[in-house]
Design a protein around this ligand. Structure first.
Ligand SMILES: Cc1cc2nc3c(=O)[nH]c(=O)nc-3n(C[C@H](O)[C@H](O)[C@H](O)COP(=O)(O)OP(=O)(O)OC[C@H]3O[C@@H](n4cnc5c(N)ncnc54)[C@H](O)[C@@H]3O)c2cc1C
Length: 440
């Protein structure tokens, strides 16, 4: 499988090598066709949620002529293959972490920005087809160890002056609500949150972009770019595009050779999911989950799951460390084992789909929207929870590229920090996984 840490270039149609459940039920979006662009005002690389939201904002709110290129089809990366949890949060920091680093007012303002990101997805879906399957949901963060229960409960009151609703569910109530969930010690229920079909949603965004006259091109890969006096020359497999501004919306898929400025500023990490065969009615009753429950636990190496509208169970967690090992069957069987441990009523269940994708992890667990070099802008580092936030980050990125001031929040005030000893990132990841397994 394509590996952004080791491959100099991203292969065309890289998404065809994985067979996700979403691709099985949702066709690729057929965008309007345009001749190869020799020059343009704003060039966006990456047609996922970040790139399409930036494009839509620039075309419809700033009247810019915008071109988007993707090495694969529309949404080829995470945006067509994620788990569909639209969460009021991103990165890996808790309210407490933000408060310790930046003070209580900023921590509250950050939560409000997260609530705004969920509401942005909701607003964008007002004209969406039914296939997007947008449903109001609750995000359940469950304590997998007794001692974490108190810690979680103590967090609830911190959200009281924010736009997020956080409610404590004690172990007994949790047992009544989700009788099939094994060995959890209470948890927090967060709203607003939603679930959706990620591929249908990225197709919907692309449809909005087509209507806004954004020129989208698939199967065109950027190899690198050069800054010139009056423009940026972007090299692709089809030739050079001259752009006034370049927005890199490549997230975890940015190949090694494409941007020396960004290469060491994040770690592409594989996230992996499986989808089971449809559950029968007694299995659905036994696990007690509804389609509006989005469950995640407190492990260092987290598991997350949801019941899909067709009564299959989607279950996710970490994947392999390198692309070359991604498809090894041991990762699918590890996830299936963890699923059966979490939901013992499904001990006989079979997985029908298993796939993975590259998320972008930042050194300090916080995403950023920033300009790495004049005329070039990017938003990345969502750490595996970017569905809601990438939609807002795309808009913020567009605003930044138009020299608009952004809200005074930590995501918008600095660049992503550089990893020390970038060549050792994979070793660091391996050590973290060993530590995580031990602690969990
Ligand atoms: C298995 C999995 C499950 C997930 N589940 C959830 C979830 O439930 N909730 C949640 O909030 N988040 C989840 N995520 C993360 C979420 O999907 C991402 O944060 C989000 O989609 C990021 O969108 P994006 O547009 O920034 O990047 P992407 O959607 O990854 O798009 C980047 C695009 O850039 C293109 N590209 C890269 N380099 C080049 C180049 N050189 N030339 C041309 N094109 C290029 C790629 O082809 C790709 O289409 C999950 C991710 C995975 C992999």
């Amino acid at each position: 499988m394509y590996d952004p840490v080791t491959h100099k270039n991203i292969p065309l149609s890289h998404e065809k090598l994985i067979s996700s459940y979403w691709s099985a039920i949702q066709p690729d979006y057929k965008h309007q066709l345009y001749a190869f662009p020799r020059q343009c005002d704003i060039l966006i690389i990456g047609a996922g949620y970040t790139g399409l939201n930036a494009a839509l904002t620039l075309a419809s709110e700033y009247n810019q002529s915008v071109t988007v290129l993707d090495a694969g089809s529309i949404g080829a990366g995470c945006s067509s293959r994620n788990a569909g949890f639209v969460l009021p949060g991103t990165g890996r920091l808790s309210f407490q972490d933000y408060q310790s680093k930046f003070g209580v007012d900023t921590a509250r303002a950050v939560q409000d920005e997260f609530a705004l990101s969920v509401n942005r997805v909701k607003a964008l879906c007002e004209s969406a087809p039914a296939s997007v399957q947008l449903n109001e949901a609750r995000y359940l963060k469950l304590a997998h160890r007794k001692h974490l229960s108190q810690k979680l409960e103590a967090q609830v009151s911190q959200y009281s002056d924010t736009l997020l609703n956080a409610n404590w569910i004690d172990p007994k109530t949790l047992q009544q609500q989700l009788p099939g969930v094994n060995n959890m010690h209470g948890g927090i229920s967060f709203t607003p949150a939603m679930s959706l079909n990620p591929k249908a949603y990225v197709n919907h965004l692309a449809r909005l972009c087509d209507k806004a006259n954004v020129h989208m091109h698939s199967q065109i890969a950027m190899s690198h770019y050069e800054q010139r006096r009056h423009d940026i020359a972007v090299h692709t497999n089809k030739g050079i595009v001259h752009a006034k501004k370049l927005l890199l919306c490549t997230n975890g898929y940015l190949p090694k050779g494409a941007s020396p400025e960004l290469r060491s500023k994040h770690l592409p990490v594989l996230s992996s999911v499986l989808v089971t065969e449809p559950l029968n009615p007694s299995e659905v009753e036994a696990i007690g989950l509804s389609t509006s429950d989005l469950v995640m636990d407190t492990r260092k190496l987290k598991y997350y799951y949801r019941l899909l509208p067709d009564n299959r169970l989607l279950f996710g967690g970490r994947g392999a460390i390198s692309g070359k090992n991604a498809a090894h069957p041991k990762y699918a069987s590890h996830l299936l084992k963890a699923l059966k441990h979490s939901l013992p009523a499904l001990k006989g269940i079979k997985a029908e789909y298993h796939w993975h994708g590259w998320i972008s992890v930042s050194l300090d667990s916080m995403p950023r929207v920033f300009s790495p070099t004049p005329g070039v802008y990017t938003a990345m580092g969502y750490c595996g929870a970017g569905i809601a936030f990438s939609n807002l980050a795309g808009k913020r990125l567009a605003q930044l590229s138009m020299d608009e001031p952004l809200p005074e929040l930590p995501f918008y005030q600095s660049a992503l920090p550089t990893f020390p000893a970038p060549a050792m990132r994979r070793l660091g990841q391996w050590l973290y996984y060993q530590y995580g397994q031990l602690v969990d």
